[in-house]
Design a protein around this ligand. Structure first.
Ligand code: SAM
Length: 379
C-alpha cells in the first residue's frame, strides 16, 4: 500500500494528501496524523479548551431534514420553546461555571421572533457579559442583522456536505426558497459575526472523495469555527431507515465513508491542519459514538472547544436530534465536573474569556465566497 503523504499545515496539505489520509487504515501511521494535528492545535490555538454552554431553546422546526430527529414531519416529538427568563438563568449558570460563551441553538423556528431573540441576546450580554453564539438555522438577512445589532457575536451554520446532490436529498428546500448555506455564511461574515460551519461524517451516500472536497472548502472559507461530528442514525427519520436498510443488506456505495469515531477523528485532524487557527469542538456526537474515548480523542486530535449542555432536563429530553443526545440523567453540574476532570487528565487548561478565534494572521485562500453557493459549486 502507498504511504500517506507527508503532513503540513494550511495550503501545504493537498487534496490528494487529504484523501490518502482519509483512506489510511494503519493505526501506527495514523499516529503521525494525530501528532501533527495536536502539534498544530498547540501552536496555533494553545492548550486552553474553551467551554461554551449550550442551551437548546426550541425544538420546533419548519424543515424536513431527513437525518434530524426534530424534523417537522416527526409527529412523535413534543415541541417546546424555553422561556426567555429560563435562558437568562442558564446564562447565569454558564457564568458560574466559568464558561465564556452561551450558545443558543434551535430548530428553524419562526416562532422565535426576531425581537424576542434580540431581546434575549441583549439580556444575556448585559446581565452576564458572556459572548453569545446563535445557531438558529437559515434565517433572513434582516433577522441576522437585527441579532448582530443586539450584540450576538457568533453564528453557526454547517453546510453538512459539499456533495450538492446529497445535500439536496437530505436537506429539502422550503417551498419557494433554495437553501444556500454558503450565501448565508458570507452574509454572516459581512455582518461582522464570527462564522462557523461544519459537516456530518458518514452520511449514507457520502464518499471519502466528497469529504476531501469538504476539507478543501474549509481551507478556502476562512471560518472561525468548524464543527465535525459523525452522522448518528435516528431510527424515526427517513435517513435513519435508509441507514438501517443498507446496514442490514451491506448495500453501501463504493467509497462510502463510515460514520465511526476513527473517520470522524481523521476529518477533525485534517481540518485542524487545513485551518490551524480555527476553533474546533470535540462534538457531542463524537463523544456518543465512542462513549469511553470519543471526547478525549477529539481533544487530542485537533479540537480545542467543548460545548457542555446547559438545557434544563425537561427540555433537553425533547431535543433528540439523534439517539441519546438528550443524556437526561446528567445534570449540568455533572457534565461540567466530568469535562473538568477530562481536561485535567489531558493536561489541558480551561480557556478564559470569550475564546474567539485568535488573531494569528493565518489566512485562507479566500473568503467564504471562494466557492460561491450550494448550487453553483457542485457543493
Ligand atoms: N436548525 C439549525 C441548523 O440546521 O443549523 C441548528 C440545529 S441542527 C439540529 C444542528 C446540527 O445538528 C446540524 O447542523 C447537523 O449537522 C446536526 N445533526 C442533526 N441531526 C443529526 C444526526 N442525526 N446525526 C448527527 N448530527 C446531526
Amino acid at each position: 500500500m502507498l504511504r500517506p503523504p507527508a503532513l503540513g499545515v494550511g495550503a501545504a496539505l493537498s487534496r490528494a494528501a487529504v484523501l490518502a489520509w482519509l483512506r489510511e487504515t494503519d493505526g501506527r501511521r495514523l499516529e503521525a496524523l494525530w501528532a501533527a494535528a495536536d502539534d498544530a492545535r498547540r501552536r496555533f490555538v494553545g492548550d486552553a479548551v474553551h467551554l461554551r454552554g449550550l442551551v437548546e431553546i426550541s425544538n420546533h422546526c419548519v424543515r424536513g431534514c431527513t437525518y434530524c430527529g426534530i424534523r417537522a414531519g416527526h409527529k412523535g416529538v413534543a415541541r417546546y420553546r424555553v422561556p426567555a427568563g429560563v435562558v437568562v438563568d442558564c446564562a447565569r449558570a454558564a457564568r458560574s461555571y466559568g464558561y465564556g460563551t452561551l450558545v443558543l441553538q434551535s430548530g428553524e423556528d419562526y416562532g422565535l421572533e426576531t425581537d424576542w431573540v434580540a431581546d434575549v441576546v441583549r439580556r444575556v450580554k448585559t446581565e452576564t457579559g458572556l459572548a453569545v453564539t446563535l445557531s438558529l438555522g437559515e434565517r433572513s438577512d434582516e433577522d441576522l442583522a437585527a441579532w448582530r445589532a443586539a450584540g450576538a457575536d457568533r453564528y453557526l451554520l454547517r453546510f453538512e456536505t459539499s456533495d450538492e446532490r446529497l445535500y439536496r436529498r437530505i436537506h429539502p428546500d422550503l417551498k419557494g426558497r433554495v437553501s444556500d448555506r454558503f450565501a448565508i455564511l458570507r452574509t454572516l461574515q459581512d455582518l461582522g459575526y464570527e462564522a462557523g460551519t461544519g459537516i456530518m461524517v458518514g452520511i449514507p451516500g457520502q464518499t471519502y472523495a466528497s469529504i476531501a472536497d469538504d476539507i478543501d472548502l474549509f481551507r478556502g472559507m476562512d471560518m472561525d469555527m468548524i464543527g465535525i461530528g459523525p452522522y448518528l442514525p435516528h431510527p424515526a427519520t427517513p435517513l435513519g431507515e435508509e441507514h438501517e436498510r443498507r446496514s442490514a443488506a451491506g448495500d453501501w456505495p463504493a467509497d462510502q465513508a463510515p460514520n465511526d469515531e476513527l473517520t470522524t477523528c481523521k476529518v477533525l485532524a485534517l481540518t485542524r491542519l487545513a485551518r490551524p487557527d480555527a476553533n474546533l469542538p470535540a462534538t457531542t456526537a463524537l463523544s456518543l459514538v465512542d462513549k469511553a474515548a470519543g471526547r478525549a480523542h477529539g481533544l487530542a486530535r485537533g479540537a480545542n472547544v467543548v460545548m457542555p449542555n446547559l438545557t434544563p432536563p425537561e427540555y433537553r429530553a425533547k431535543y433528540e436530534i439523534y439517539p441519546e443526545k438528550a443524556a437526561v440523567h446528567e445534570t449540568a453540574e455533572a457534565i461540567n465536573a466530568s469535562i473538568l476532570e477530562l481536561l485535567s487528565a489531558l493536561g489541558r487548561t480551561v480557556g478564559a474569556g470569550p475564546g474567539g478565534r485568535p488573531q494569528t494572521g493565518v489566512s485562507g485562500d479566500g473568503a467564504a465566497g471562494g466557492r460561491t453557493t450550494n448550487g453553483e459549486t457542485g457543493v
